[in-house]
Design a protein. Structure first.
Length: 700
């Protein structure tokens, strides 16, 4: 025991007890930092946290960030907001992983400065308080010198000496003590023992196409220019201008590898195939090769490289399907039978989803004893296609493979190719879809295809834009796929296809269509109650007349052009739903990050009947977005008279970007009517009427 009776043992004492700042509730943060939040190259990242301390001392906080390839931290001062919520921002300028954390401390020098002002304002004697300052400043100068910041150390030392030597009165000393520049220098060099530091978190920074992309799916074998002809990669190259003209920037090809002959499926998924039936592209592998080979009827590897290069000239990237499964004829089955699950009779287990059977597909046994060799081989498949120029991969059924495989494989590929983008085709339970996104998948398919009512659409997208989901999950919206022909499209006619197109293209920054069945409005199901297409391309070659007069290609082209012209539609942030008093209508807007662009969308969800309702807009929606223009408004409405000038702020022009029509609206509440046979939807730019100095009407 010491003389005071206190124990001299330091058992239980913290390693450092002088750090008094508390840092809580960091944002963005996914699963307590287990996974990386996602951002896009060039984004300004806002980091927030609750930061506070005991008592009334002044706090300082700084945001530390760095790219994984660099050692020194960037240090950015943070700003205090309401209720102890602090914020700092940094811009991500490189692909890959960024690390960030927060340091906070009680700022003794700032507390001294603030208390001096308060005491002086209260008429109290501050002579002793002033005398304390030079010691605090000298200590900051010593820390600056120790960190090799010689210039800072020199300025701080001079300040301390000047303050100590001043004899020209309290007012002059007080003024010197308040020098903002010198206080900022001192804040760069806090006492290490006073620092509190948060956990270090991670961001995954991907390129813009991971956030904003427009996909078109096409079966190469159905790309021929004439009926009864097997398409080729050269045919795909011929169709690239068609895809580019519609405004798509990603062309997704289902598997292009050789297709097995054993247990080959016939048209409409018949269990028996006849001579000439091509089989399913997802039954990968034959004597011509496996996952790293090209089906001989499609062409050669040279043809594929030429397709990739030509697509790039048109600002289109090729996306390839990655399906980790084999046909019974795949070389892997012969060379590595240990990679597959055996049944009791010793035969290899084919894929099943009872009562469905897929005898033409063998799944891998990812938990086999040779799993390391299997995983390395699977990674080499992706790396092979990266070497051929592919940077985007649509992964088939990733939720049926181990999560650990994807976390390892995606990280391995990105270390060598940071530009790689992975789309998860995971129509499964939400938690599984979210886990795949956390593990590194850039985008994911969604339940969008089956959300038809206004309330269910709104509820679903409010979930996707809530925290923390929006920090790691990027939806890619598809109204149809080769596996999904919804009842809505089967029976809704052209208005249904139009409505789903508008919803997909405006609710999501990334969306895709399976064409040509979409633009040609293919809607015949294989049988009642089925979502399978009649005569599906999955099991046979189809010929498509892309020049058909009733094609939706012009509408698709227009909508994709609107997406390109409006930054508000190029992000999933800024989505806001608006009240409308008819459940058959849905209204929402999207706003760009800088607030300069805002688009309002109203869709009639009823493909059979005209619907109308009163739309209510919030004040924020009606705020002016730009400065006064110099072009007169294009409207048939008469100009406001001088006596009506006071009403101008409530008058708005709604410009329909789909049709070019312009409507003059007044106030927050306006009437909307949509006929599915003529105008199933509005995509509107809201422009506020103002008055120029010359008393003309203009719009913002």
């Amino acid at each position: 025991m010491s003389a005071t009776g206190a124990s001299t043992s330091d058992a239980g004492l913290p390693a450092e007890g002088r750090g008094r700042a508390v840092i809580e509730n960091l944002d963005p943060c996914v699963d307590d930092g287990r996974f990386a939040a996602k951002r896009t190259l060039g984004d300004e990242v806002s980091v927030q946290a609750d930061i506070f301390t005991d008592g009334h001392d002044a706090l300082c906080a700084q945001l530390l960030c760095r790219h994984e390839s660099t050692d020194p931290w960037q240090r950015i001062p943070m700003r205090a907001g309401l209720n102890d919520r602090w914020q700092g921002t940094f811009r991500v300028t490189q692909l890959g992983h960024w690390h960030y954390c927060i340091e906070a401390w009680v700022d003794a020098l700032e507390t001294w400065r603030s208390d001096l002002k308060k005491k002086h304002a209260a008429g109290q004697d501050i002579a002793l308080d002033l005398a304390r300052g030079p010691g605090l400043i000298a200590a900051a100068a010593a820390r600056a010198a120790a960190s090799c910041a010689a210039d800072d150390a020199q300025q701080l030392s001079a300040w301390a000496q000047s303050l100590e030597a001043r004899a020209d009165g309290i007012e002059a000393q007080l003024q010197s003590a308040q020098d903002a520049h010198l206080h900022e220098l001192a804040r760069r060099h806090p006492a290490p023992e006073t620092l509190s530091r948060s956990a270090t978190l991670t961001l995954l920074v991907e390129r813009e196409r991971a956030r904003y992309s427009t996909w078109y799916e096409m079966f190469p074998r159905s790309a021929a220019a004439a009926p009864d002809t097997h398409g080729t990669l050269a045919d795909c190259e011929r169709l690239l201008p068609y895809v580019a003209q519609m405004g798509f920037d990603v062309l997704y090809l289902p598997p292009i590898s050789p297709i097995g002959r054993s247990e080959r499926r016939g048209p409409n998924n018949r269990s028996e195939a006849h001579e000439g039936d091509p089989g399913s592209p997802w039954a990968i592998g034959d004597r011509e090769g496996g996952h790293k080979s090209i089906h001989p009827q499609l062409g050669t590897l040279a043809d594929f490289r030429r397709l990739v290069a030509r697509a790039a000239e048109l600002n289109i990237e090729l996306a390839l399907d990655i399906a980790f499964q084999c046909s019974p004829d795949h070389p892997y089955v012969r060379e590595h039978p240990e990679w597959f699950l055996k049944r009791a009779d010793g035969s290899i287990q084919y894929a099943e989803n009872p009562p469905k059977k897929y005898q033409d597909i063998y799944p891998f046994d990812f938990g086999c004893a040779a799993w390391r060799e299997l995983w390395l081989e699977l990674a080499s498949i992706v790396e092979f296609w990266v070497a051929q120029g592919v940077r985007i991969f649509r992964v088939d059924n990733p939720h049926t493979k181990p999560f650990a495989l994807w976390e390892w494989l995606i990280a391995r590929v990105r270390r060598r190719c940071p530009e790689a983008i992975f789309l998860a085709e995971a129509f499964t339970r939400p938690k599984l879809m979210y886990r795949l996104a956390k593990l590194g998948f850039s985008q994911s398919y969604t339940y969008f295809a089956w959300r038809n009512g206004s309330q269910e659409l709104r509820a679903y997208f409010e979930e996707l834009r809530s925290r923390p989901v929006r920090d790691f999950f990027r939806p890619n919206l598809w109204p149809n796929t080769p596996d999904i022909l919804t009842e809505y499209l089967q029976f809704g006619g052209r208005p249904a296809f139009t409505a789903r197109l508008v919803l997909a293209a405006t609710l999501g920054a990334s969306y895709g269509i399976y064409g040509p069945p979409f633009e040609l409005m293919e809607h015949q199901a294989r049988e009642p109650g089925s979502e399978e297409y009649q005569d599906s391309e999955k099991y046979q070659v189809r010929f498509w007349d892309r020049a058909r007069a009733d094609s939706l290609r012009d509408l698709i082209t227009r909508i994709n052009a609107i997406r390109r012209d409006h930054p508000a539609l190029q992000s999933d942030a800024g989505l806001q739903f608006h009240a409308i008093d008819n459940e058959a209508l849905i209204a929402y807007s999207k706003r760009s990050a800088d607030g300069a662009d805002r688009v309002l969308v109203i869709v009639n969800l009823d493909p059979q009947h005209a619907q109308s309702g009163w739309l209510s807009l919030e004040d924020s929606m009606l705020e002016a977005q730009n400065a006064v223009t110099t072009e007169p408004a294009l409207t048939t409405e008469p100009a406001l008279t001088a006596g009506q000038a006071g009403q101008a702020q409530g008058s708005f022009q709604a410009h329909d970007l789909l049709t070019g029509a312009r409507f003059l609206w007044n106030g927050k509440r306006n009437y909307v009517a949509l006929d599915p046979t003529t105008t199933p939807a509005h995509i509107l730019r809201i422009r506020r009427r103002v008055r120029s100095e010359r008393d003309f009407d203009y719009f913002l």
